[in-house]
Ligand binder design. Structure first.
Ligand SMILES: NC(=O)c1ccc[n+]([C@@H]2O[C@H](COP(=O)([O-])OP(=O)(O)OC[C@H]3O[C@@H](n4cnc5c(N)ncnc54)[C@H](O)[C@@H]3O)[C@@H](O)[C@H]2O)c1
Length: 258
């Protein structure tokens, strides 16, 4: 495997989740020092062990990405431990409730926006000075196919992921001249806990029927894997993607009509 991240330092948020963990393994296997960030009580030890098993070094930092001081802390602790920061995979997110707008609880709407939008915004805001100190770097924000089109059952999630696309485009334009790249990825359903939760919310005859319904909307005929998403994240974070900035990448088995 290429070692595109030798002497590079990467922060992964949502590192205890499906896509985050796959990204941690991928970055570590390519030589990165990785800070694994997630909520207290999540399986951050598993993520750190996976990074070490893949040949990298790992630092665990517990954080709620909606809390500005937690976010600044994961950046500062990373810089202390590894000497700087080169990449932020801004990936923590929640799905929220599964119901139409008029039934959607306001508190749940606000929570989804706090984690998925404020969390991504704070990550960008706090890491840019650290990336600048290294002479440039990369941010990859996890949006979704829900950031590109509507879905009547997950309105807060859709709104939040459209906002992630907007933040990514804006960040790319703001920092391109400084060699700081900001891109968004838009996965279709991926095999993680989040899809099990969304399938359960669909109230189909069975969980299998819900998954079949979701799969039918994907021309490739299957969900993506976390490892496939991690491969795109690693590419966008690497110097191979030096001219890719402010871009929005679908990884969706042709689900999104363009
Ligand atoms: N699984 C999919 O089908 C899919 C598709 C498109 C986009 N996404 C996005 O991918 C990202 C990762 O999701 P996943 O599928 O790995 O789901 P996941 O639930 O396995 O992982 C999400 C992680 O984010 C963490 N998190 C939640 N709130 C947090 C907070 N306030 N502070 C810190 N960490 C927090 C969770 O603890 C969890 O470990 C999310 O942004 C999600 O919206 C997922």
């Amino acid at each position: 495997m290429n070692k595109r991240f030798e002497n590079k330092v990467v922060i992964v948020t949502g590192a205890a989740g499906g896509i985050g963990l796959a990204a941690v393994k991928r970055f570590a296997s390519e030589g990165a020092g990785v800070t694994v960030v997630d909520l207290p009580g999540t399986a951050l030890d598993v993520a750190a062990d996976a990074a070490k098993a893949a040949g990298g070094e790992a630092l665990i930092v517990e954080a709620d990405v909606t809390n500005p001081s937690d976010v600044q802390n994961y950046v500062d602790r990373t810089a202390e431990r590894f000497g700087g920061v080169d990449v932020l995979f801004n990936n923590a997110g929640i799905e929220g409730a599964v119901c139409p707008i008029e039934e959607y609880p306001l508190a749940e709407f606000e929570k989804v926006m706090a984690v998925n939008v404020t969390g991504v915004f704070l990550g960008m805001k706090s890491v840019v000075p650290a990336l600048r100190q290294r002479g440039g770097g990369a941010i990859v924000n996890t949006a979704s196919v829900a950031g590109l089109s509507g879905n009547s059952m997950i309105p807060a999630y859709v709104a939040s992921k459209h906002a992630v696309v907007g933040l990514s485009r804006s960040g790319g334009q703001t920092y391109a001249a400084e060699g700081i790249r900001v891109n968004a990825i838009c996965p279709s359903p991926v095999e993680t806990r989040m899809m099990r939760s969304l399938e359960a919310g669909l109230e189909a005859e069975s969980l299998e029927a819900a998954k079949a319904l979701m799969t039918a909307s994907i021309p490739a005929g299957r969900y993506g894997s976390p490892e496939e998403v991690a491969a795109l994240v690693a590419f966008l974070s690497s110097d191979e993607a030096a001219f890719i900035n402010g871009s929005v990448y679908t990884i969706d088995g042709a689900m999104t009509p363009h």
